[in-house]
Design a protein around this ligand. Structure first.
Ligand SMILES: Nc1ncnc2c1ncn2[C@@H]1O[C@H](COP(=O)(O)OP(=O)(O)O)[C@@H](O)[C@H]1O
Ligand SMILES: [Mg+2]
Length: 240
């Protein structure tokens, strides 16, 4: 199967602090690729490298057959990369539909008079159509997370980078997130999906990677990763 993303021995960090220490992995087109690991191990930094907010200091990053290491976030958006943020960042005083339209206009370069259709399609997929006329600032946390997703979809992204969509949600709401990711998989999106809560990903992820200290320590089927000694020790270690 074709690779949507390849990281080859990536190192990256903030200033002089190195966070990613030779991170390597490939994600196939259409795959749901789950990422777990203790707090601070570099999961969000890895998404920052993929979306262009952090530039690697060494290694090679390929996205959809293009060397992406030096591309700006904007250029990656044109390549089909869309991300959600761990803390949702909508424009609170704008309606849900207008928030999503910004993704269509600035990301997918759809003229403003045609953006409503693209926005509604994205809202439909994200399950937020009934809230389209609400102000973003009035949404519940789950709906704010859906709005993040709809904005990314409206940029015509093919690769979705999801950062802890289920964090802070109730169990039932987290189940809704899992269903949503499954629906996106059926629509052939490639998804790199970080969650701290492993259970949420079991029903939707094709493979799981566990990171520790900026490296990939295990990458396998969800069952094998769940039952691995390394993950048990990392998670018990981080709770202790
Ligand atoms: N903008 C930043 N500047 C400096 N250090 C940062 C910045 N963002 C994250 N870090 C540090 O990088 C490390 C990895 O953080 P992060 O990638 O957010 O981890 P995770 O998402 O796995 O919890 C942490 O020690 C964090 O404090
Ligand atoms: Mg994080």
């Amino acid at each position: 199967m074709k690779h949507a993303v390849s990281l080859d021995n990536i190192t990256a960090g903030y200033g002089r602090v190195r966070i990613l220490n030779g991170l390597s992995f490939d994600v196939s087109e259409g795959e749901v690729f789950g990422v777990i690991g203790p707090n601070g191990c570099g999961k969000t930094t890895m998404l920052n490298v993929l979306s262009g907010f952090v530039t690697p200091t060494s290694g090679r990053l390929t996205i959809f057959d293009t060397d992406a290491s030096r591309l700006t976030p904007h250029e990656r958006c044109s390549l089909g990369v869309g991300r959600t943020w761990q803390i949702p960042r909508p424009f609170d005083k704008m309606t849900v539909a207008d928030n999503v339209k910004t993704g269509a206009v600035h990301g997918a370069k759809i003229p403003i008079d045609k953006a409503q259709g693209a926005a509604e399609e994205a809202l439909g997929i994200a399950g937020l159509m009934s809230k389209k006329d609400c102000l973003a600032g009035e949404l519940t946390l789950l709906d704010r997370k859906k709005l993040e997703l709809a904005r990314a979809l409206a940029t015509k992204a093919r690769l979705l980078l999801l950062d802890e969509v289920a964090a802070g949600l109730t169990e039932a709401e987290a189940g809704e997130v899992m269903d949503l990711v499954r629906a996106l998989k059926d629509k052939k999106y490639t998804i790199i999906w970080i969650e701290h809560n492993i259970e949420v990903m079991l029903g939707a992820a094709d493979r799981l990677m566990c990171m520790s200290e900026g490296r990939n320590v295990i990458l396998d089927t969800p069952e094998k990763v769940m039952n691995s000694k390394i993950v048990e020790e990392l998670y018990l270690g981080s709770e202790a």
